[in-house]
Design a protein around this ligand. Structure first.
Ligand code: SAH
Ligand code: SF4
Ligand code: F3S
Length: 476
């Protein structure tokens, strides 16, 4: 779901549209749309749905916000700093709106859903507020705004999955793509804003998922990542109630599309990841041996307060099952929240010792940020000082860097199948791709036999060196 590097937050950089779509669209002279996404991969995926809906609605896309008639920000609420980023960006757009009062600024996504009409009151620049389930209504909302009215739709649906919408791939490398398989979340982790911003969990019709993956394969894509807040609880029932598809079965259906199409998925939930899913991963060579399994804490007491519905022993049991069924080589990564309410030094040590036990390949670690309206905000006091949070976070990050380096050192000498995604950032003589375990691998595009590899190729690479974030090797 995210980049390989150790991150302290999920927010991604500005999303810009590919140049080709700009050139094509400029000819048409339609109204121009600029869209920017924040937060998790679900949001980036939703922006592709929004673009599809608005292209149908007569809009063309532009990569240059100064040329846009409509600017949309797809926002995230997961931590306070994610929201601050959006507010700063809105400030930046303020000067443009002064010059061009007809410019329409809309906010989409989780922050739109959380703040609702408050967004219109607090940020005068905003004309349109649209929650994650209201994107089909965007053409109407935008035309209301064009008529000079403020427009809002934050209705959350129990059914909407945008199953029939064919996403317009934005900023794509043409090799890997994300496919949303479900929406919302029915868990109530006490720290988390997502159930409030994305509503009830619902699973998308598997036939539309298979069709989207097949279309991607037909267009030359080589890898799909199935997306959901908790993919293991994917459950689709046909309208007559006769057919039921669970996540293991969906994974198998996608794996069977074609053995050359790699399959990944994110995010798995420790309470729901079943042995059936693990055996399905084992059965198919094209399902990647990599599991992102957020722990959030190593302390059972804290996990209980977080309402994660598993304890340390349960989590360790799931890790043991991964190691027993998929072997030591299976990649495992974590999310951790540091400094949750009442966290003691002992709890913190339990997080560190869990990390030592699992030997995570990498991780995403965050200081706890209280979110208004969540169960934790209502029931507990955010009582760990910023200094202590910072110090504990640094310890957790240091340990993860050490573990990542240990795990990566263990790859040296191995020959691994890498899907080349494009040139390395530093030089066009090198390709960059990912191995099965989702680790970034860099290798020269030409090997000693003179063979030249290209983006989209599967290349066998012998790993020769590493850092905590990257493997380097030679094509064999
Ligand atoms: N559905 C996924 C997580 C989605 S949010 C899951 O259950 O694992 C991504 C990550 O953000 C979470 O795993 C958690 O580590 C972090 N996060 C969520 N709420 C947070 C908060 N209030 N403060 C800090 N980090 C938070
Ligand atoms: Fe949030 Fe928990 Fe749902 Fe993940 S499973 S989105 S952390 S409520
Ligand atoms: Fe953020 Fe919403 Fe994703 S809060 S992390 S964009 S589900």
């Amino acid at each position: 779901m995210r980049d390989l590097e150790i991150l302290t937050e999920t927010d991604k950089e500005t999303l810009e549209l590919p140049r080709t779509s700009v050139e094509e669209n400029n000819i048409t002279g339609k109204r121009k749309l600029y869209i920017e996404s924040y937060g998790c991969q679900m949001n980036f995926s939703d922006s592709e749905i929004v673009t599809s809906i608005l292209q149908e609605g007569g809009y063309a896309t532009t990569a240059n916000f100064e040329k846009a008639d409509v600017i949309l920000l797809n926002t995230c609420s997961i931590r306070d700093n994610a929201e601050q980023k959006v507010r700063n960006r809105l400030n930046n757009f303020g000067y443009l709106k002064k010059k061009r009062p007809d410019l329409i600024v809309g906010v989409l996504g989780c922050m739109a859903e959380r703040l609702k009409t408050k967004f219109l009151e607090e940020e005068k620049i905003v004309d349109v507020v649209a929650g994650p389930d209201s994107y089909r209504d965007l053409p109407n909302l935008l035309s209301e705004a064009e008529d000079g009215q403020k427009a809002i739709n934050v209705f959350l649906s129990k059914e909407e999955t945008y199953a029939d919408i064919s996403p317009v791939r934005l900023n794509s490398n043409g090799v890997t793509a994300f496919v949303s398989i479900m929406r919302g979340c029915d868990n109530m982790c006490s720290f988390c804003v997502v159930p409030f911003t994305r509503g009830r969990e619902r699973s998308r019709d598997p036939h539309s998922i298979i069709k989207e993956c097949q279309d991607l394969l037909d267009k030359g894509y080589k890898e799909v990542t199935l997306l959901g807040q908790n993919v293991d609880s994917y459950k689709w029932t046909s309208t007559d109630g006769m057919k039921l598809v669970n996540f293991a079965q969906l994974l198998e259906m996608v794996a069977l599309i074609n053995p050359t199409l790699r399959v990944r998925f994110s995010t798995s939930h420790p309470k729901d990841i079943s042995d059936e899913v693990l055996y399905t991963i084992k059965k198919y060579e094209n399902i990647c041996k990599y599991i992102h399994l957020p722990a959030q804490s190593g302390s059972s007491r804290i996990l209980k307060m977080m309402n994660r519905t598993y304890d340390r022993e349960w989590y360790i049991n799931r890790i043991d099952a991964i190691r027993n069924i998929l072997g030591q080589d299976c990649g495992v990564s974590q999310d951790m929240i540091i400094g949750f309410c009442t966290e003691t030094e002992e709890d913190h040590q339990e997080t560190l010792s869990l990390m030592e036990y699992v030997k995570y390949d990498y991780g995403y670690m965050f200081s706890y940020s209280e979110r208004p309206g969540t169960p934790a905000a209502k029931k507990f006091i955010d009582d760990i000082s910023p200094e202590i949070k910072q110090r504990r976070l640094a310890e957790v990050i240091d340990l993860q860097l050490k573990l990542s380096l240990e795990r990566n050192n263990g790859e040296i000498g191995k020959i691994q199948k890498v899907l080349a995604e494009g040139f390395s950032k530093r030089s066009e003589d090198f390709l960059q791709g990912r191995n099965d375990q989702n680790k970034k691998v860099i290798f020269a595009k030409e090997n000693y036999n003179g063979a030249t590899f290209r983006k989209g190729d599967y290349v066998m690479v012998k790993i020769t060196s590493c850092s905590s974030a990257t493997l380097k090797g030679e094509a064999v």
